[in-house]
Design a protein around this ligand. Sequence first.
Ligand code: PMP
Length: 442
Amino acid sequence: MSNRLNTTPNDLRAFWMPFTANRQFKQNPRMMVAAKDMHFSAADGRQVLDGTAGLWCVNAGHCRPLITEAIRQQVGELDYAPAFQMGHPKAFELANRLIDIAPDNMANVLFTNSGSESVETALKVALAYHRVKGDGSRTRLIGRERGYHGVNFGGISVGGIVANRKMFGTLLTGVDHMPHTHLPEQNAFTRGEPEHGGDLADELQRIVTLHDPSTIAAVIVEPVAGSTGVLVPPKGYLKRLREICTQHGILLIFDEVITGYGRLGSAFASQHFDVKPDIIVTAKGLTNGVIPMGAVFVTQEIHDAFMQGPEHMIEFFHGYTYSGNPIACAAALGTLETYKQEGLFERAAELAPYWEDALHSLKGEPHVIDIRNIGLVGAIELQGVAGEPTKRAFACFVRAWEKGCLIRTTGDIIALSPPLIISKSQIDELIDCVRTVLNEVA
Ligand code: PMP
């Protein structure tokens, strides 16, 4: 029996951790055992300032009372209820509350359990929408280089991260990718939306012309590409995508898994950029990251298209055992109430200029070749070490953790996205920590 695990909490062997260098981690683990507001408690008792809202999700900060209490109450009252041919009030209440804060062209919400599932749901709604309208030749999907849309097959097919795609075969067919909008030579150290690159949206027109508009179902983009290093859309870019989609009857999907729920200072990035997509994909901040849940928003027109057949027929053959799970709904309602009572979206908008100045004060620190920001999100791009991409930024991450700040790295980029409750002095602390580790790693 020597190969059996000893089942103490300290035995790390059995958990195959996601997106992690498992062997390295297990030699020198970074463990968290508690969290409150802006901080994690590390296993060794240190307080760690959360500079990333967990994985861009804990927008209201940790262990917030309205959310924990809502979950506590719900779990003792109605722990589970199916959503197939059945219902419970909180799922309907939550959908209504979400529509209240969504862009005004959104009418209906489908519930999922994650960002990845929300992406799959959105792509399937788009394909089925054209089919129910008698336009079944519209089967092609268009994504973008450096796009991240989760890890399921649809999402990695329209996504543009090579490492996430290359091991998994041919993926979905009929997918094209627009170029990404990262133009470091023209736009380095831009504050907010870059001046250059809006015309890259015309690449969509080129792809549409190549295949003929009658074959294209949908375009999916993150308004701000998060996971590949906070790529803020160039001025005019999203509006131009919208124009081209409208002109050709193509659905525009915004993946707002990161930008949704206040990150840019409004409920959704669509409102911030004043561009209305046909479908919005969300998760993360919907429940403050506390319970897995996603929500997909669709327009009245999309919903109506499905509501045409005989009334006794199921309109859309899609859904999950946990769609609209009561505990997740309670968590989301507690989260929305926290955002509202504390005015957290407005707070993010108010803090954004201070955040921008603080981030850009890192210009000139060792190896910093670009800084990008919008709302309460930012990225510091480092000159990579030749032959060893990711090494320098990862060294910063490890040192920052040791000094008591959680930052995130992707390739040679440090990404920051603190909870929206962060104070100005905590912004200073976070940026000072990054400054210190940049100098140490140099
Ligand atoms: N889309 C985007 C834009 C994301 O950032 C993420 C997660 N970082 C996802 C989808 C996938 O979400 P999940 O990890 O909850 O499946």
